[in-house]
Each structure stands twice: as C-alpha cells, then as structure tokens.
Design a protein around this ligand. Structure first.
Ligand SMILES: [Mn+2]
Length: 347
C-alpha cells in the first residue's frame, strides 16, 4: 500500500514539512482550490502544487476531489460543456503525474454530519451524525447552517436546485452517472489516471435527495456501467460502514480481487442508536473491523493508495473539523502497524 495524507494546499496550517515526518508517508492527496466547480484547473496551479509537493520529498499522485458539476448529476443539456472541462482536467492532471482521482456523485450535499465537535469521555471531540438532529434541519428555510457545509448557494438557488432534483430519482441518477462515465473513462484510460468514486456519506438519501453509491448491490451496478479498471472505487470505510448491513470485509476482498479499489479511506466509527460517532482509528474504539479490512486488502494483493480519514481533535488542537494533524497522524501510524503486521504474518 502507498500511504497518503490529505493536504489542503499552501494555505493549509498543516504543512508539508509536518506531513513528511509521518512514518512511511508516500504522497499527498490534494486539489486545486482556487476555481469554481465545473471549470478547468489552470496548468500553473497544478504545476505549483506538484512543485511544492515534490520539493518536500512527497509524491503528487492523488487528487481529492475533482468535483462534478450539479448539471452533470441532474442530466441537464448544459452538462456537456462541464464534462468537456472534466476531461480536460483529467488530461492536465495525468500530464502532471497524477495516478488517481477521487470524486463523488452526491446531489447537492457532500458528506453530512449533525455536529462537528461532540466531546467524548476522554476530552477529545469528533464529528457525529444523529438522525434526530438531522430531522430538525430544513435546508430550505434559509437558516440551515449544516455543519461543515460551506454553501455558496443562496436560499433561492437551493430551492431551485431541490425543484430540479424532483425529476431525478435513483434510476435517473444512475443514468446520468453512466452518461458521465462513458464520456470520461476513455480519457482516463488514455491518460492512465484511475478514477475512484467516493461512496455517499452517509450511505442513504438525505433531505429527500437520492443517493446511489451506498451498498454492494449498487456498487456492483456502478462498476458495470463502464466495465474498465479505470472506473474504480475510493472505498471509504467510515462512509459505507455507517450502514450496518454492509459487510465491509467481504466487499473489500471482492473489489480488491477485481482490481477495482484504487484508494482506501480507512477510519473507524462507532454505531450508536440513531446514528454514528467518529472515533480513533484503532479497532477497539469503534464498530469497524479495521484489521479484517486490512487483511482482506493484503490477501487480495492491494497495491493502491491508503489514507487515514477524519481524525478527532486532541491535545487542544483546533482547525478544520476532521482534518487536524495529531489524530490523523496517530491513525496513519496505527494503519502502518496493522499493515506491517498483517503483511508479515501472511508471508
Ligand atoms: Mn472518505
């Protein structure tokens, strides 16, 4: 496996100098943040990211994310120009040495939590999702401040978007995803860039909007939309694991053997009545079988990218929820230990 760490570019308080000191660190996971969704990333911005990353001794091989414009998900006639821009981004990133692009296909809202700083018994805090807190939120009343959702939408825009999505059910969303994949995967093949869709987080519909990358049946269907190794997965343990019906060890084994997992997000969550809480990465702190998942990867010859995912805030650190340094570094170190041990014992 190749260990990676998310880095939010040169404005990130967590610098490359710090990231490179985490044992076994191979590559950053980053993006160009200075353009709006749907636009082509400038060659200069990409080259700058590559340059500073490589000067620090790390690789520049994984992008998270190249976001997908809402018109593509909605299947509007305007989608074609955004798809052209998307293809151009794949070409530019491929030329810069990028090997893997993470993206998602969630309507309107990205990952959703109901509280970003739930304090645990040990004094750390983390992100949580409680169904009853979500039910109390209404994205259309104009007062929604969804935790972590830094919206550029005005109330009226959001209302219009919800109206447009009334015509999009799961089937239609699959259709729109297929149209998108049929256009971009041949480009990804040409450029040798693996596309890796991130599952929906949490893996069920929210606010009445459809979500489709949620379980084994739907992921099977997704992989067949365009049956190419370049049409693959970011397998996010914390996202798919929020649904207790998902057998993650089985899914990881199966999709690794198929050569379709290019990127792993590994973190732990604790399933509680009516929701889940993000915990330390370590096996015993949450409900995920982290060791079983790593074993399924190793046993099936996984050689893709791995990153620790959201961390808790510990030791008084403040900053971007889920993306502090300390607990993610502890997570990386824990994952190193689990991989090393499982690899050694499997020889
Ligand atoms: Mn993830």
């Amino acid at each position: 496996m190749k260990l990676t760490f998310r880095w939010y570019g040169e404005s990130d308080a967590i610098t490359l100098d710090k990231i490179r000191q985490i044992p076994n660190m191979y590559s950053v996971v980053t993006a160009v943040y200075d353009v709006s969704v749907g636009e082509v990333w400038s060659e200069e911005s990409i080259a700058r990211l590559k340059q500073v990353t490589e000067e620090s001794g790390l690789k520049f091989e994984v992008i998270e994310s190249v976001p997908v414009h809402e018109d593509i998900k909605l299947g509007l006639p305007t989608r074609d120009k955004y798809i052209e821009a998307y293809k151009e981004n794949i070409r530019r990133l491929g030329r810069a040495g990028v090997k893997c692009i993470c993206y998602n296909f969630m309507p309107v809202f990205d990952w959703t939590r109901t509280q970003l700083d739930k304090v645990a018994a040990d004094g750390s805090n983390s992100l949580v999702y409680y169904e009853n807190q979500l039910e109390a939120m209404n994205p259309l009343n104009g007062e929604l401040s969804l935790p972590g959702w830094d919206s550029s939408y005005k109330k009226e825009d959001l209302k219009h978007l919800f109206e447009q999505y009334e015509a999009v059910d799961e089937e239609k969303l699959f259709e729109n995803l297929k149209y998108f994949l049929e256009a971009i995967i041949p480009v990804a093949e040409e450029c040798d860039v693996k596309m890796a869709i991130h599952p929906d987080d949490p893996p069920w519909p929210i606010f009445g909007l459809p979500r489709i990358i949620t379980n084994e049946k739907n992921i099977d269907r997704f992989l067949k939309l365009v049956d190419s190794p370049y049409n693959g997965l970011t397998f996010c343990v914390g996202s798919l694991g929020a649904d207790k019906n998902n057998d993650l060890v089985k899914m990881v084994a199966k999709y690794t053997a198929m050569g379709r997992i290019h990127f792993m997000h590994i973190r732990n969550i604790k399933l509680v009545d009516g929701g889940f809480e993000e915990t330390a990465h370590d096996q015993n702190y949450g409900s995920m079988d982290i060791i079983g998942i790593v074993k399924a990867l190793v046993d099936n010859g996984f050689d893709g990218y791995v990153r620790p995912d959201h961390g808790r805030m510990i030791w008084g650190e403040t900053g971007k929820p889920g993306y502090g340094l300390y607990d993610r570094a502890l997570g990386a170190s824990y994952l190193n230990g689990v991989f090393e041990t499982v690899e050694r014992l499997s020889k």
